[in-house]
Design a binder for this molecule. Structure first.
Ligand SMILES: *[C@@H]1O[C@H](CO)[C@@H](O)[C@H](O)[C@H]1NC(C)=O
Ligand SMILES: *[C@@H]1O[C@H](CO)[C@@H](O)[C@H](O)[C@H]1NC(C)=O
Ligand SMILES: *[C@@H]1O[C@H](CO)[C@@H](O)[C@H](O)[C@H]1NC(C)=O
Ligand SMILES: *[C@@H]1O[C@H](CO)[C@@H](O)[C@H](O)[C@H]1NC(C)=O
Ligand SMILES: *[C@@H]1O[C@H](CO)[C@@H](O)[C@H](O)[C@H]1NC(C)=O
Length: 881
């Protein structure tokens, strides 16, 4: 076995890798100097507390990465953060700006001045801190604006970073990889006199922000206590929590923008969340009273919130079809957190006092019975609100349902709601996103276990050796299984061809936690969701053979449907599988770190009853290859679609190489490992062979694995793995996409067997257009084809150092797509004669002898290793690479 004598060295690599991994988890706390006494730009102390307006003592409004200030339609001015750079501490001054953001990224009620805030950004290649001087410590808004605008050097779409204050984590390993919507985050958080906002990029990534607001919240807005759900106790000490505004709704009314809210809040219409719109009717009052003696002022919510309400539709209840029902709203939340829920009421429907009695339910639990607004508010048309805390343990299904409905003894059945605010409460790690505290320590279940592992490097090394041992042993024992052994992706393939309605529910799935199970170790930033065995049995009709969509070395793969209708791929390890418990856990830990729009998502696992089950996102359209060739009755993908898929896959790989906690090399890039969801969004799958790149050496020494036809010749020769091996394989993928043929065709004449060699010959001759997939040949514009073929050619450079990074490849593909889109907009697709002739071809058309094969012949080592995995029966086909 060629690799065996390297084993101790490799064990060492891996153990040091695992050790670094733990260190990364226990992130260092970084103390950056506060710039004391930084002058506050937009401050003038409040003269008196007038009820209709509020002048915050401290208000910092920053238009980040912009040279100029920006005036809002609400009268506020966001200053350039370069002007006020005295309170930014960062290693490099990196700014980005674009002319505009696509209109579709905004909801149609976004004021245009607010849109402009997203056109610039400040980028942080390393940990950076904004320091603010707060003259009146206490609750403050932190509002953050994110949109991944284009920058030459930094790809903000792949940026992964953490944002925190001195005490609270606001965002953990956060990324904005979806360009389709801007991201706005709002946090009521206690600010101390010297208050810091810290941006911490993941290794090899960067952080960014487009705009920041820090502004005082008036004392009366947030109280220290609330009722718990179900009705009963009062909970105190709420000022110890940091909050994140998840929803802020104006029932029965329009969007309220910062211009119409003295505290610059935005209130959205409730209609998207209303579960029973047919039974709902909007009501509108004419005036609102605020009773200061009841602690109410206009600051709590603007008139427009209290003036409009949703009420039970008179038609619906008169028609005795449904004489009695609830008004209901449902919102998706992260069920691992507790929530503060504020309901605003103002009786704008009654003619006289004491006419309206109703119950309030949260998640089907009685939150308030027999609420009598006349008693609470004292008068009709008078503002009143009430706060509830819903403990995380009462959130099932990652959703909060708020209901109001008439009491049985009410005269006229009716119920109303004027406004609703749902705010996430910080958890025991003082975090609003995951279970890592500001110092990087893990506070979730099993935290103590992690610590023990961290101090016991030896144990790690041992585990690592064990792991390697398992791999090597299995390798030796079952080389003939290689062909049959279906890898990760194969379980995701839909063999019944059924269309799934899986709809990017990734975010809600993560962090799901079944409250009913007594099981504890299930948190969003831990290891994905924990599934009960019974849930997965239900999902697969008790692992019915009919639901099997693949069989792998570890066991079967099933398609399952969860309670909420989500389709998933479920991989169930054989009880007697050689894949031991350690490997199962390693796999979960590795996979749970990888989260990206263009990587197939790991959803969770089940280890009940010594089961080893992994649950993945199900990909409705299966592998990319099936849409290129070899699979009948699939419609032809257009050139533009192919480009978009290549770009998606390139993004996924780019993230693996640069975005994840440490560079990860995929090792098995091919068109069957690029899966397509129901919208043909590409996601890279199969991390079964993936390896973490060693940080200092820049490569990993390892026995050669991968798939023939895609294998990097340099990796083959030197058995040293780098990211550039993935780049090579991706180059082969690009030619496969262009030519729509298999990467190895053993039956063809010798010079055509290997797609990579064959395509490179034609490219060198400057005649790449001759081998383009005939189905799309006439539709590709000259420039687009040229850029694309150049990118593919560069990827296939013989030496890794000469190959571009995935980031460069991505850039070139995007450019190619732009050229194609531009040409299809200006004129009709060109005919074949228009397709350009490349000016390349300095070499003779002669194919060079294949270096990989030459080495394979010379070196017994590599020959043996590789030979054992060759999926082709004879040497002739191997020689085609
Ligand atoms: C937050 O601020 C309030 C008012 O200044 C103070 O009473 C409270 O103790 C603070 N809470 C924390 C956790 O710092
Ligand atoms: C919002 O405020 C502006 C200016 O104060 C006012 O003209 C406008 O009518 C308000 N919008 C609504 C819907 O009340
Ligand atoms: C309203 O909702 C609550 C909680 O979900 C439920 O117990 C009650 O029966 C509902 N009332 C009506 C009239 O449907
Ligand atoms: C939720 O309940 C748990 C267990 O009863 C308790 O420890 C925790 O403090 C509660 N959370 C809140 C926000 O009240
Ligand atoms: C879970 O949520 C989905 C939609 O969000 C809903 O259709 C389903 O009924 C819910 N299931 C339970 C048990 O509440």
């Amino acid at each position: 076995m060629g690799g065996d004598h390297h084993r101790p060295t490799r064990a060492l690599y891996v153990s040091s890798l695992l050790f670094c991994l733990v260190l990364l988890n226990l992130k260092r706390s970084i103390v950056l100097a506060n710039n004391e006494g930084a002058d506050s730009p937009a401050v003038s102390p409040a003269p008196s507390s007038s009820p209709t307006s509020f002048k915050p003592s401290d208000s910092y409004l920053l238009n980040c990465g912009s040279k100029s200030e920006m005036k809002m339609d609400d009268g506020r001015t966001f200053k350039s953060d370069t002007e006020t750079s005295s309170y930014l501490s960062t290693s490099e001054d990196v700014q980005a700006s674009v002319a505009s953001i696509p209109e579709s990224a905004f909801s149609n009620s976004t004021p245009s001045t607010l849109k402009d805030l997203y056109t610039s950004a400040r980028i942080f290649p390393s940990d950076s801190t904004y320091s603010f001087f707060i003259s009146k410590p206490g609750k403050h808004w932190i509002r953050l604006y994110f949109y991944p605008i284009t920058h030459q050097k930094y790809d903000l779409k792949t940026a992964v970073f953490t944002v925190q204050t001195d005490k609270f984590v606001l965002l953990h390993d956060f990324s904005v990889d979806d360009e389709s919507k801007v991201v706005f985050k709002e946090y009521p958080v206690n600010a101390t006199q010297h208050f810091s906002l810290i941006f911490k990029p993941q290794k090899d990534s960067c952080a960014f922000v487009n705009a920041i607001e820090i502004a005082e919240i008036p004392d009366e807005l947030l109280s220290d206590s609330a009722s718990s759900v179900p009705q009963g106790n009062t909970l105190n000490g709420l000022s110890n929590y940091a909050l994140e505004v998840s929803y802020r709704l104006n029932m029965g009314g329009p969007t309220i923008t910062p211009r119409n809210d003295t505290l610059s809040r935005t209130w959205a219409p409730d209609t998207p969340y209303n579960l029973f719109p047919e039974g709902t009717e909007a009501a509108k009052g004419t005036t609102v009273k605020y009773r200061p003696d009841h602690g109410m002022t206009r600051l709590v919510a603007p008139d427009m919130v209290y003036l409009t309400a949703d009420r039970m539709a008179s038609k619906a209840y008169q028609q005795t079809i449904a004489p009695n029902f609830n008004l209901s709203w449902a919102m998706n939340v992260d069920g691992t957190f507790s929530y503060l829920i504020r309901m605003h009421f103002c009786d704008v429907v009654s003619k006289t006092l004491n006419e309206l009695y109703f119950n309030v339910y949260i998640n089907s639990l009685m939150a308030l019975s027999n609420l009598d607004l006349s008693e609470k508010a004292g008068e009709l048309n008078t503002a009143y609100y009430t706060d509830f805390v819903l403990n995380a343990s009462l959130i099932t299904n990652d959703s909060i349902t708020v209901q109001v409905g008439p009491t049985t003894n009410a005269g006229l059945p009716n119920a109303i709601l004027n406004g609703l605010e749902v705010m996430k409460m910080s958890n025991l790690a003082d975090s609003l996103d995951g279970l890592y505290a500001v110092d990087g320590s893990y506070k979730g279940p099993g935290a103590s276990k992690l610590k023990i592992v961290a101090i016991s490097g030896l144990a790690l090394a041992f585990v690592a050796m064990l792991f390697l041992g398992v791999v090597c042993v299995r390798w030796k024992k079952r080389p003939q299984d290689w062909q049959k052994k279906k890898s990760f992706s194969s379980w995701l393939l839909p063999i019944h061809g059924s269309k799934s309605n899986f709809s990017s529910r990734k975010s809600s799935l993560f962090g799901s936690r079944k409250s009913k199970s007594g099981y504890s170790s299930v948190y969003s930033n831990g290891l994905g969701r924990f599934f009960n065995l019974s849930e997965l049995q239900n999902a697969t009709q008790n692992f019915d053979e009919k639901t099997v969509i693949g069989v792998g070395g570890f066991g079967k793969v099933f398609i399952g449907t969860l309670d909420d209708g989500t389709k998933v791929a479920i991989k169930r390890g054989n009880h007697g599988s050689e894949q031991g418990v350690n490997e199962f856990e390693t796999e979960i830990q590795m996979l749970s770190k990888l989260r990206h729009r263009h990587l197939v998502s790991f959803i969770g696992f089940c280890d009940e009853d010594s089961e080893m089950i992994l649950v993945y996102e199900y990909m409705a359209n299966g592998p990319f290859r099936d849409h290129l060739y070899g699979s009948a009755n699939k419609p032809t993908l257009t050139w533009q679609q192919r480009l978009e898929i290549c770009i998606g896959a390139a993004r996924g790989l780019h993230y693996l190489h640069t975005g994840a906690a440490q560079g990860i090399i995929h090792r098995d890039v091919k068109t069957t490992n690029i899966l397509l969801d129901e919208n043909f969004v590409a996601k890279v799958s199969d991390f079964g062979l993936s390896k973490a790149a060693a940080m200092d050496q820049g490569h990993v020494s390892t026995a050669v694995k991968g798939s023939f036809g895609y294998l990097d010749p340099e990796y083959f020769r030197r058995q040293q793995l780098t990211e550039k091996s993935d780049v090579y394989s991706f180059g082969v993928v690009l030619f496969e996409v262009l030519c729509a043929r298999a990467v190895i065709c053993p039956g063809l004449p010798r010079d055509q067997v290997s797609l990579a060699d064959w395509a490179m010959q034609w490219h060198k001759k400057g005649m790449i257009e001759k081998i383009v997939d005939p189905k799309i040949a006439g539709t590709i514009c000259e420039g687009s084809l040229k850029k694309f073929a150049e990118a593919a050619e560069k990827c296939l450079a013989e030496y890794g150092v000469d190959r571009p990074s995935m980031g460069d490849v991505l850039w070139n593909l995007e450019y190619s797509l732009q050229l194609q889109v531009a040409s299809s907009q200006t004129d009709r697709p060109e005919d074949k004669s228009n397709i350009m002739v490349l000016e390349k071809g300095s070499e003779s058309g002669e194919a060079k002898s294949n270096p990989a094969v030459a080495v394979a012949a010379e070196s017994d080592d590599s020959n043996v290793t590789v030979g054992s995995q060759v999926p082709f029966p004879n040497a002739a086909s191997i020689s085609g690479r």
